[in-house]
Design a protein around this ligand. Structure first.
Ligand SMILES: [Cu+2]
Length: 168
């Protein structure tokens, strides 16, 4: 019984040590949410890369599927969110699908942040391919300027698999 008590104490001490580390993580997370100053064009130094801005609001879900009529589509294709929300794309059927923004269509003031917020890009502003049901890809719209962002699925672009994300 006494030994058992000691074991609990050791676990508690370990947990406390972990708690100390956690504090550091929290601190750096707080730093990350500090508004990133807009880079001035007059600055002669190279513009530092944007940091990813986390989701601080809601996350809406968009399914990627092939419907009963054989059409490939995002469902819903058009969503409206707020800055700080996220969009979670869920592979349902008919893959492979991806989520791709045309770099030429994304305004300059949004591109660096969008790129920073898109993990594991396989090419500029393109997500990895999702092959299997329930694979997901989530994009944070943290620190993204309001606007209407068009995107598409690269394999099914010719078949009209497109969508829009309007950030208010
Ligand atoms: Cu597709």
């Amino acid at each position: 019984m006494r030994l058992h008590k000691l074991a609990i104490l050791v676990i508690a001490a370990t947990a406390a040590a972990c708690g100390g580390e956690k504090k550091d993580t929290t601190d750096s997370a707080a730093t990350a949410t500090t508004p990133i100053p807009v880079a001035s064009a007059s600055e002669s130094q190279a513009t530092p890369p944007e940091a990813a801005s986390p989701i601080t609001g809601q996350t809406v879900e968009v399914k990627m599927l092939q419907d009963a009529q054989g059409n490939f589509r995002f469902d819903p294709a058009d969503v409206t969110i707020k800055t700080g929300d996220g969009v979670k794309f869920i592979m349902v059927s008919g893959g492979a699908h991806n989520v791709a923004f045309d770099p030429a269509q994304i305004p300059a003031n949004a591109k660096a942040q969008l790129s920073a917020n898109m993990q594991q890009q396989v090419s500029e502003l393109s997500s990895p391919m999702m092959m299997n049901p329930n694979e997901t890809y989530t994009i944070s719209f943290g620190n993204m300027p309001p606007g209407k962002y068009e995107y598409h699925c690269t394999p099914h672009l010719a078949m009209g698999m497109k969508g829009t994300i309007t950030v208010q």
